[in-house]
Design a binder for this molecule. Structure first.
Ligand code: FES
Ligand code: FES
Length: 164
């Protein structure tokens, strides 16, 4: 009898400072791993082919489309998701700015946008409006019309470098 190749892999990664390990099918995307194995449903799956940005998380501090990488490719790496931004129930400054500036409506796109904007502000603590718009260009929002999102990021930027 011919042995069939194994289509599962044991994957372990640090997600928001907690190690998550599971045996998954090798075709499992990072976004699916986060939602199912890690139980973190703030990472959304929209288009599932790299267009909408809803699945954006930070892998080793870099914005990454969770639908475009396999969980197995992230083995041993550090992942940050939207659930890691708040301190318990206390929103961080970027989240609070979205709340105060009507930066979200249905919220489906918001987790991914928050992670991209977190990365932007870590790389460039005082980004220009043009830089914010450029980084937002990788995200589709069907609700807000973007102006309120831009205003929210500008408000967070005005508050200084520390997002806590
Ligand atoms: S779900 Fe990944 S980019 Fe749309
Ligand atoms: S707030 Fe609804 S898609 Fe952006």
């Amino acid at each position: 009898m011919i042995a069939m190749p194994s289509h599962t892999a044991t994957v372990a990664m640090e997600v928001n400072d907690t190690t998550v390990a599971a045996a998954v099918e090798t075709r499992t995307s990072l976004a699916e791993f986060l939602r199912v194995q890690a139980g973190l449903t703030g990472t959304k799956l929209g288009c599932e082919h790299g267009v909408c940005g809803a699945c954006t998380v930070l892998v080793d501090d870099e914005p990454t489309r969770g639908c475009l990488v396999f969980a197995a490719q992230v083995d041993g790496k550090k992942v940050r998701t939207v659930e890691g931004l708040a301190d318990g129930r206390a929103l961080n400054r970027l989240q609070q700015a979205f709340h105060e500036n009507f930066g979200l409506q249905c919220g489906f796109c918001t987790g991914g946008i928050l992670m991209s904007m977190t990365s932007l502000m870590e790389k460039e603590p005082n980004p220009s409006r043009e830089q914010i718009v450029e980084w937002l260009s990788g995200h589709l929002c069907r609700c807000t019309g973007y102006e309120t999102i831009i205003n929210a990021v500008l408000a967070a930027v005005a508050g200084g470098e520390d997002l806590r």
